[in-house]
Design a protein around this ligand. Structure first.
Ligand code: SF4
Length: 228
């Protein structure tokens, strides 16, 4: 598995756990507000696998978990063997995904290696391509979410509330999703790196925390487990 970024200790990436975060390169989406653009445009630096392995061995038992994020981890053919290695060291594993590969998520579920999943639902289905790039499609994402819902897996669905999503969009998304165990509305932050053609889009003013909470309250009529 190629690792192109690492946070050695995080209190916020795996709910209730102290974890390290491992970033894999490459993504089949191209969201204009992506915070990891260097993982998409090949300007990343690969971390020597021995460095990552040594780190994971040294911190085994000290950290609770490891978060595999990206980029899009399900694009990597060696995802499951990599999860096996991490699991063998005693880590709990959280997998972040854009949800575009339901078949891979099925395989991960069958392997029993992953303890927690976070799936992004980024836009109303009709706006997926506009917001996440040409190949993006909400259909497989909803399929992934339904697969997780039908399993015993712990998971959450997340939406970054970009300024381009209005109240109607968020209500529409809440209706498109099945009833979720946990739905996170995350605040938008302007990415440091973006395509020059997206300069205007990324600079739109984010919602305030109060407005985000208000939106969460409205959505709660449809998705009672919404948190902002
Ligand atoms: S799915 Fe995630 S990693 Fe991929 S482009 Fe969108 S924000 Fe970036």
């Amino acid at each position: 598995m190629i690792i192109a970024g690492m946070i050695k200790s995080s209190l916020i990436d795996y709910p209730g756990h102290v974890s390290c975060v491992l970033f894999v390169p490459g993504c089949n989406f191209n969201c204009f507000y992506c915070h990891n653009r260097s993982l998409l445009d090949s300007s990343y630096t690969i971390i020597d696998p021995r460095v990552v392995e040594d780190f994971l061995k040294k911190r085994a038992g000290l950290l609770d978990g490891a978060v595999i994020t990206g980029g899009e981890p399900t694009l990597h053919h060696d995802l499951i063997p990599y999860l096996e290695k991490i699991k063998a060291l005693g880590y709990k594993i959280k997998l972040d995904t854009n949800g575009s590969n339901p078949e891979v998520i099925k395989q991960v579920l069958q392997s029993g290696l992953c303890d927690y999943f976070a799936v992004d639902y980024k836009a109303p289905a009709a706006k997926y391509k506009e917001i996440c790039g040409g190949n993006a499609d909400a259909g497989p994402v909803l399929e992934t979410i339904n697969i997780l819902l039908g399993s015993n897996a712990d998971f959450e669905v997340r939406t970054t509330v970009i300024p381009q999503l209005g109240e109607d969009d968020l209500m529409q998304m809440a209706k498109e999703l099945p009833r979720l165990p946990r739905y996170m509305l995350n605040r938008y932050r302007r990415p440091e790196k973006y395509r020059p053609s997206d300069a205007k889009k990324v600079s739109q003013k984010p919602y305030t925390d109060d407005r985000l909470k208000e939106l969460a309250r409205l959505i709660s009529d449809i998705q009672p487990n919404t948190v902002a």
